[in-house]
Design a protein around this ligand. Structure first.
Ligand SMILES: *[C@@H]1O[C@H](CO)[C@@H](O)[C@H](O)[C@H]1NC(C)=O
Ligand SMILES: *[C@@H]1O[C@H](CO)[C@@H](O)[C@H](O)[C@H]1NC(C)=O
Ligand SMILES: *[C@@H]1O[C@H](CO)[C@@H](O)[C@H](O)[C@H]1NC(C)=O
Ligand SMILES: *[C@@H]1O[C@H](CO)[C@@H](O)[C@H](O)[C@H]1NC(C)=O
Length: 386
């Protein structure tokens, strides 16, 4: 069925050359992306799988465990973080419900869809729901114990994604600390991460710091543009961007409560390309600088000043603009792409969203055809007449 390697290697470059004539850049995109779906105009998961493949993005975070998405990525190399929503956190305290959830949302896909992490709840400490806060750790423990009983605890991490406002102090980074009123919840959660060797995830948005204080916060500093940076007076480490300062503030807070061993990862960061008139800084130009510069740093495998040898681990928010998100205009404009697959601004991410008729799901009706996706806007369909 498949052509010989010789055919493939001969045909593909020739056709790419004729169809696009563009220079083909290869980039190592170890960045992850948040695939939010609060929208009514998104392409099917099968087409999104092709888009991500054309972009060479192989790490995806979901806010749920959408079976249409997880099945569309069967037998791809894409690694998934999937989520249990806040509305389901309390139910997960019951081990039978946790096992049931795993049996329904994880077991059917492993190992063909790589699910490497489950987030229990999202930004639980942002609101004032103390019942939810108190339920978080028992729910995480119950999901973890269920993974242990299924023999999957080494394959799938259990964690939660936190908002940065759980910090009481974030400046200077070396003095980062959690809010004291959250100690009763967070201290045992840190013990859990330490024991299970799972990462601590934060959603970090320098955009909010700038938007709240545009006259005092340097735009270059938040956008990773050249600037003289900020020096931490205690460590003498120089920070040339706010995101790294935020990450190190979390490392300091985690360490201050006794856990220098826990890895901090960024489950969300991004910049909106549009906003209401009072949302200063939400422009395509700023979004392009923030996300474009961030991708370059990720490609360089850069660590933060405090952890120079640990490359920052980041899932950008978000893949698509999501038209049904409530709140200010910026909320619907964090996407790198419009739902039709065109980039919202140019940062060199020219992906390819196949038209509906040749999405991989419809390919089953053309069993004698092979589709090759090029790196630019190209694709090639070869059909065999036998
Ligand atoms: C895709 O990423 C991998 C490593 O992550 C790299 O080896 C490869 O060259 C990249 N390909 C393209 C087309 O960018
Ligand atoms: C999760 O929450 C949804 C919405 O409240 C509910 O319909 C569903 O049954 C819950 N699932 C579990 C496993 O508790
Ligand atoms: C909790 O927060 C909501 C909105 O964020 C607010 O309306 C409500 O009054 C708060 N409740 C308490 C008990 O603080
Ligand atoms: C789980 O998290 C730890 C710590 O961050 C990491 O080293 C490990 O690779 C993760 N496991 C998987 C399966 O991703």
């Amino acid at each position: 069925m498949a052509p010989t390697q010789g055919t493939c290697c001969f045909l593909l470059p020739v056709l790419l050359f004729f169809l696009s004539g563009k220079v083909i850049q290869t980039v190592d995109l170890s960045v992850g992306i948040n695939y939010g779906q609060i929208a009514n105009d998104l392409p099917s998961p099968n087409r999104v799988a092709s888009l991500l493949r054309s972009l060479n993005i192989s790490r995806v975070k979901l806010y749920d465990a959408d079976q249409n998405v997880l099945s569309a990525f069967l037998n791809t190399d894409v690694e998934f973080i999937i989520g249990i929503g806040n509305e389901n956190v309390s139910a997960m305290r019951d081990p039978a419900k946790a096992i049931g959830w795993l049996e329904q949302h994880v077991l059917p896909y492993l190992p063909y869809t790589k699910i490497t992490c489950i987030t229990v709840g999202n930004e639980v400490f942002k609101g004032n729901d103390t019942t939810l806060m108190a339920n978080l750790l028992p729910a995480m423990q119950s999901v973890y114990q269920s993974l242990v009983s299924l023999g999957l605890d080494k394959k799938v991490n259990v964690t939660s994604a936190h908002s940065l406002d759980m910090l009481g102090n974030s400046y200077p980074p070396s003095a980062g600390s959690f809010r004291q009123d959250l100690a009763v919840y967070i201290q045992p959660i840190l013990n859990f991460h330490s024991m299970t060797k799972s990462p601590f995830l934060i959603n970090a948005y320098p955009y909010f710091a700038y938007q709240g204080n545009p006259s005092t916060v340097s735009l270059d500093y938040v956008l990773f543009e050249p600037n003289s940076g900020v020096t931490d007076p205690i460590t003498n480490l120089n920070y040339d961007n706010m995101l790294y300062a935020q990450i190190d503030a979390v490392y300091s807070a985690v360490k201050a409560w006794g856990h220098p061993d826990i890895e901090v990862r960024i489950s969300e960061t991004g910049w909106p390309s549009r906003g209401d008139s009072d949302e200063v800084g939400a422009t395509p130009d700023n979004a392009a600088k923030y996300n474009g510069n961030l991708l370059q740093r990720i490609a360089m495998k850069q660590g933060t000043p405090l952890k120079p040898t640990v490359p920052v681990d980041i899932h950008v928010f978000a893949l698509f603009n999501e038209d049904l998100k409530p709140g200010p205009t910026s909320e619907r404009n964090y996407g790198l792409f419009y739902p039709d697959g065109t980039p919202v601004y140019n940062i060199g991410l020219q992906g390819y969203l196949p038209p509906m008729m040749i999405s991989s799901s419809s390919m089953v009706s053309y069993p004698n055809c092979l589709v090759y996706y090029g790196y630019c806007d190209t694709f090639l369909i070869i059909c065999f007449l036998f």
